[in-house]
Design a protein around this ligand. Structure first.
Ligand code: AMP
Length: 489
């Protein structure tokens, strides 16, 4: 959801949450609103819902958190039993409503609304082409490019063929909730980079970025949307139809969804995220366990890893204690989006405070999911030592992040990533830990019960499953297609 390929290299990309619902006899707005609450961790910059009452669209899109963006009147005004919603992730610079979603467009044969999670790598090309044909764009986002391309195809084709044609033109990551008039669709990119699931509620069906959104509205997870699949929710809430429109030889599921982004209580591609994180923690012990008096997580991101790590250690006969050695102030926003290093450092101190009795005079293993710039770990090692820890050993539940994400995650630029030009030993020295170890890529693939080749590991290998300017790709980007992907089919 940022600009296209060339722009990707400078702009931070975004992770977001999408949802769509088609219900039998009640308005979709309220369940969509609750679902967006459940997806708030995927985006805090803006929130929006667009519904359709069979005659026209109703839209409410605002900057800010879901709870701030909607009042009772706003929800009451969103009539119709079909609708889609979106939460957008904050970026360091832009706080621009033109990029807030769902994005809407009206055209000769109807209306479209689109919610997008992911990032296209060829949107500039398509934008230029469509602009040349007279399409006027109001934002620099790639979501608008998808909307215009689809609207254009809908003038010539039926819905299914039009979506297929658009899927064959756009490249990159996209999980989409789309509403064409009052028909709600879910689409997942052919590599399945971002998650998308189907759920059943009492009187209808939903698609959502994560199953936690379905739990929140008392629904049942049906299954993941398959990579390259289109799901069409029946407008009467009776069921859904699916079409495998594009198929690739390999998937490129983002491993970082499991490591950091997704909620631990969500099931993604068949795995409960919490269990994956615990398994990663167990593997971390197997690969680089160290005897210390106490193991503690960086709250909240390291918690499931640390519990798996401590459990595996105890099974191995270690008498390490598992403790919460740090308390989090939940009212402090994410350190990550603070624009300056100084502010980021201050925010870590505001956010986390050690519990002295757990730490004083003891050797400590501190566990987190990832190191990005190194700000958090540097600050925390110092804090624990200031509190009297004798030794602080850092263990990380992911491999070193060496390269940026172009596929929908707001990470950091290459120069800001501490591991982009430092060895593990150099990073250990930089964060002043007594020892530092990361998890292997093999352990990630094993814990996800998949092959490395079916994961997007771009941020830890620097090789991407997509064709991104000036970057290595780990696969044949002539994009082998198994069935039905010719662009005019
Ligand atoms: P850093 O302090 O820059 O090394 O960032 C590491 C911390 O940020 C860890 O505690 C992670 O849980 C968290 N983190 C990792 N990736 C992201 C992200 N894309 N957005 C926000 N926080 C993140």
């Amino acid at each position: 959801m940022s600009g296209g390929r060339a722009g990707n290299l400078e702009k931070p990309t975004e992770k977001c949450g999408v949802v769509g619902a088609s219900l039998a006899g009640r308005d979709a707005a309220r369940p969509l609103y609750y679902s967006l609450y459940a997806l708030q961790h995927r985006g805090q910059e803006s929130a929006g819902i667009v519904t359709h009452d069979g005659f026209q669209q109703h839209s409410h899109v605002e900057m800010g958190l879901v709870g701030d963006a909607f009042g009772e009147d706003d929800i009451d005004g969103l009539a119709g039993s079909a609708g889609i919603g979106h939460v957008r992730y904050p970026t360091a610079g832009s706080v621009d409503k033109s990029c807030a979603q769902p994005f809407t467009v009206s055209f000769k044969s109807g209306s479209l609304a689109l919610s997008h999670n992911g990032n296209l790598v060829n949107s500039d090309e398509i934008r230029d082409e469509l602009a040349g044909k007279g399409h006027a764009f109001t934002s620099d986002g790639d979501t608008e490019v998808i909307a215009h391309d689809l609207a254009r195809n809908l003038l010539e084709e039926d819905l299914i063929r039009a979506v297929k044609r658009t899927m064959n033109r756009i490249h990159g990551s996209y999980s989409l909730a789309i509403m064409h008039d009052d028909t709600v669709l879910g689409v997942r990119d052919p590599e399945g980079n971002r998650p998308l699931v189907i759920g059943e509620v009492e009187d209808g069906y939903v698609v959502a970025s994560e199953s936690a959104a379905i739990d929140t509205i008392d629904g049942e997870l049906v299954r993941d949307v398959r990579p390259g699949e289109l799901v069409v929710l029946q407008p009467d809430g009776e069921g859904f139809d699916t079409y495998q429109l594009v198929e690739r030889e390999r998937t490129a599921h983002c491993f970082f969804e499991h490591v950091y982004f997704a909620r631990p209580d969500s099931v993604i591609d068949g795995s409960l995220v919490y269990e994956v994180r615990r398994e990663l923690g167990r593997k971390l012990w197997e690969e680089s366990g160290i005897e210390t008096d106490v193991v503690m997580p960086v709250p909240d991101s390291g918690r499931a890893f640390a519990s798996g790590y401590a459990e595996a250690a105890q099974e191995d006969g270690s008498d390490v204690e598992f403790a919460e050695g740090m308390m989090k102030n939940r009212y402090v926003g994410r350190t990550f989006i603070m624009p300056t290093q100084d502010e980021r450092e201050r925010a870590v101190r505001l956010k986390l405070n050690p519990i002295k009795s757990t730490v004083e005079g003891r050797t400590v293993t501190l566990i987190d999911d990832s190191i990005v710039r190194g700000t958090t770990s540097t600050q925390l090692v110092q804090l624990l030592k200031d509190c009297g820890a004798e030794e602080v050993h850092m263990r990380i539940g992911a491999p070193p992040i060496v390269a940026p994400c172009y596929m929908g995650i707001n990470m950091a630029t290459r120069g800001e990533l501490i591991a982009s030009d430092k060895s593990v030993g150099d990073i250990r020295d930089a964060i002043d830990a007594d020892s530092l170890a990361y998890l292997s890529k093999e352990a990630i693939a094993e814990s996800l019960e998949t092959e490395k080749g079916d994961l997007c590991l771009g941020c830890v290998t620097g090789e991407y499953p997509y064709d991104i300017d000036d970057e290595e790709t780990d696969r044949d980007v002539t994009r082998p297609v198994i069935e039905g992907a010719s662009s005019d089919d």
